[in-house]
Design a protein around this ligand. Structure first.
Ligand SMILES: Nc1ncnc2c1ncn2[C@@H]1O[C@H](COP(=O)(O)OP(=O)(O)O)[C@@H](O)[C@H]1O
Ligand SMILES: [Mg+2]
Length: 251
């Protein structure tokens, strides 16, 4: 792509930036590099753990591990298998990782709409005068039975207020979440500025758990938004494009 905005592929690098900031740290689910001892540590403290490629995108190769009475349930896409011991689990993950770097992250039980888990994308962009703004919020409603809500995994885009309302959030709590998320987007923009002046756009993947707590799953530096074109309401797409044009992004 020909436009100018810095990209950082490594989720681990970006997560470490988030963790260094006192006011943002609390939004990050516990995240560690994949190895035998970190796997043990996370499984001793959390009932669900996600295993994801440090350099991955599009919801590919995301694995969810759930503790069971006798072992672990491992799910990739909609395929499930069972590991009886932590050792066999480790070896299965190791085989999948080969020599590539993977992360382990505390699993968040995503809020649902009609039984389907969803998460939220906060699009954050920097104008030519250097001001970060959260320009769009939308939801990604996951395909039933899958572990990732991404568009490429059959996730459906939705409007922020509509999805939250259907998920049972009250109007006042939706307004509070919207403010909190927009503010968080801006703060992450400012934080990323400290590491490179070249960022013009960021896409935060945000999980809401069933209690409505906000969690940052990852920060994308090349967020896609063309699927927004297909929504009836073109405002979101136009808002983003108005900013994108300022740094030469055409779609
Ligand atoms: N810790 C987690 N808890 C719950 N769901 C998660 C977690 N991490 C990832 N997911 C699910 O997997 C999707 C893809 O993970 P993400 O970290 O955004 O990687 P990618 O770069 O592939 O989009 C998320 O949008 C979410 O639906
Ligand atoms: Mg993502």
């Amino acid at each position: 792509m020909s436009y100018h905005s810095t990209t950082i592929k490594s989720k681990w690098v970006k997560t470490k930036w988030l963790l260094k900031n006192a006011s943002i740290r609390k939004y990050v689910p516990r995240t560690l590099l994949f190895n035998r001892s970190n796997l043990s540590t996370l499984l001793s403290q959390h009932s669900t753990v996600f295993f994801k490629p440090t350099g991955g995108t599009g919801g590919f190769n995301i694995v969810r591990i759930k503790k069971r009475d006798h072992g672990y349930q491992v799910q990739h896409n909609s395929q499930k298998n069972h590991c009886a011991t932590k050792d066999s689990l480790y070896h299965q993950l190791q085989k999948r990782a080969k020599n590539r770097s993977y992360l382990l992250q505390k699993g968040i039980k995503l809020a649902t709409v009609k039984g389907r888990p969803f998460d939220i994308r906060v699009m954050v962009q920097k104008s030519n005068d250097g001001v970060w703004k959260s320009t769009a919020l939308f939801t990604k409603v996951g395909m039933p039975g899958k572990v990732a809500t991404n568009y490429h995994q059959g996730g459906e885009l939705g409007y922020f207020r509509t999805t939250l309302s259907r998920a049972g959030f009250s109007q006042s709590s939706i307004e509070r979440k919207e403010k909190e998320l927009k503010k968080l987007g801006k703060s992450v923009g400012k934080l990323f500025d400290k590491h490179s002046r070249g960022f013009r756009e960021l896409g935060l993947d945000i999980a809401l758990d069933s209690k409505g707590n906000v969690w940052i799953l990852e920060v994308n530096t090349r967020p896609q938004f063309y699927p927004l074109k297909h929504l009836n309401d073109k405002t979101l797409y136009r808002n983003i494009m108005a900013y994108a044009k300022q740094y030469g992004r055409k779609k």
